[in-house]
Ligand binder design. Structure first.
Ligand code: ACO
Length: 428
């Protein structure tokens, strides 16, 4: 059986044979399909990239129908159970699990870059007292490009590595400073004797005690949440990172764009939206009415549905189990009952079954974050810290891929044909 696709153009009767690789044809092969010699040639029309592979990747695999997520081949459930966030970060960036020596060096390299320049701190001081921490994070990531001008040397793998260390280590510091600013509390500088996660928690919550000692269950929970959020192949923000990065701009500027994409309520802002939705519903008894409204087209059930998963999001399963462990320490989040009721009713309802709408990663993560003491405005920030690893892995892979060029889609122009300029006095 030949691995080719035969296309007959009924406009001309011409027949074309195109190679199929990995169940895919190359869009550029379609350009030979023309009616007249001087035609541009055929394109595909794919708004929102519903069926277009924009790259070849070896980082993350998702089978949305089966509910499978793997980083570099390792099932997410195994990584959540056995790995740590920094180890998973190495895996995503390097393709293999680290040896002991590699892991120790990696942890050291990440730890020594946690400080930020004092002027970055001053810059963050300039934000309004009620600035959204995600807005502060996005702007500050972009501002890093003015401090690390060597970041523009994107064709140099050594320089890229240095920016990767900086971004992964400074993200928790900037995120914690954004949080402290929004609380009107003094910034807490990094404590490099602590682990990645414990240091983050110290920068968030340390007050006057000489050393902050986070609860080990909460450290573990945050570590697992970070593993689950580290990458998710060509999602909206990863696509932004690749697309902006394809212009060969420094990773700080590209990552500010990626973080901005994540901020939207249809992407990383969804867990914030879930909490607002649960507040709006108020009590378990109001759930059926709310579902009826959603089915009637008024709003969406936030934290449900996914472009790729048409089955239970495997991350949501891990998070649901994790919630019980966290609530044992923090006390149960009262909104959990509303969430469980919503899930139960939605999973039995024809509307949601027909559309294959299942809980996604954001349905329960917000409840955990809230129980841990995070305000909802911090949720997207919490997502951005681990996703930094995914963005950087995708960016690095893109720059190492000889087939990639500046990202530049085509369009179908349906606007006016050429027409002459009309002076203002003659316009109707
Ligand atoms: N609640 C109710 N109906 C929904 C929902 C939802 N959460 N999601 C999709 N639908 C319905 C749509 O109305 C549509 O119905 P129709 O066929 O009658 O018109 C159908 O399901 C298909 O929806 P699309 O919008 O075409 O699905 P798409 O793949 O474009 O959207 C998305 C995916 C954006 C995630 C969507 O499911 C959604 O808005 N969910 C809520 C927001 C959310 O939780 N986002 C987090 C995603 S995970 C992440 O980014 C980390």
């Amino acid at each position: 059986m030949p691995d080719t696709l035969t296309i007959i153009d009924n406009r001309t009767g011409k027949k074309y044979e195109m190679p199929i690789t990995h169940d895919t044809i190359r869009a550029m092969d379609l350009r030979q399909i023309k009616v007249k010699d001087d035609d541009f040639g055929m394109m595909t029309y794919d708004p929102a990239f519903m069926n277009t592979a924009s790259c070849i990747s070896k980082i993350t695999y998702i089978d949305g129908d089966k509910g499978i997520l793997r980083y570099r081949g390792y099932p997410i459930e195994q990584l959540a159970e056995k790995s740590s966030f920094l180890e998973t970060a190495w895996l995503l960036l390097h393709g293999e699990l680290p040896t002991k020596a590699e892991y120790e060096q990696w942890t050291h390299d990440i730890t020594i870059h946690t400080m930020i320049h004092e002027n970055i701190k001053k810059l963050m001081d300039g934000f309004h007292y009620d600035a959204h921490p995600m807005g502060m994070l996005i702007s500050t990531i972009g501002a890093l490009s003015t401090f690390y001008r060597d970041g523009r040397d994107v064709r140099n793998p050594e320089s890229r590595q240095k920016q990767i260390f900086r971004l992964i280590s400074k993200m928790p510091t900037i995120a914690a400073f954004a949080y402290r600013h929004s609380q009107g509390k003094p910034y807490v500088y990094p404590d490099n004797s602590l682990s990645y996660i414990s240091n983050f928690m110290s920068m968030l919550w340390k007050m006057t005690e000489p050393k902050y000692e986070p609860h080990p269950t909460l450290v573990k929970a945050l570590d697992i949440l970070f593993i689950l959020h580290a990458d998710h192949e060509q999602n909206c923000s990863a696509n932004a990172m690749r697309s902006i990065g394809s212009s060969e701009i420094d990773p700080y500027s590209a990552m500010a764009g990626a973080a901005a994409a994540l901020y939207g309520p249809l992407h990383g802002g969804a867990n914030e939206a879930v909490l607002h939705m649960l507040d709006e519903i108020g009590t378990k008894e109001n759930v059926p009415d709310f579902i009826t409204k959603v089915k009637g087209g008024s709003g969406r059930l936030m934290g449900f549905g996914h472009r790729v998963y048409k089955n239970y999001d495997p991350r949501a399963k891990v998070i649901k189990r994790l919630a019980d462990e966290v609530f044992e320490v923090t006390g149960r989040n009262p909104k959990l009952d509303i969430a469980l009721e919503l899930e139960k009713i939605a999973l039995e309802d024809e509307y949601f079954i027909k559309r294959k709408l299942y809980p996604n990663v954001d349905f329960y993560s917000g409840l955990i974050y809230q129980a841990m003491g995070f305000p909802v405005e911090m949720f997207a920030v919490l997502f951005s810290i681990p996703r930094t690893v995914g963005w950087l892995a995708q960016w690095n892979e893109m720059l190492n891929d000889n087939e990639q060029k500046i990202a530049r889609p085509r369009q179908i122009y349906l606007g006016h044909d050429t027409r002459d300029y009309v002076v203002m006095s003659k316009r109707g």
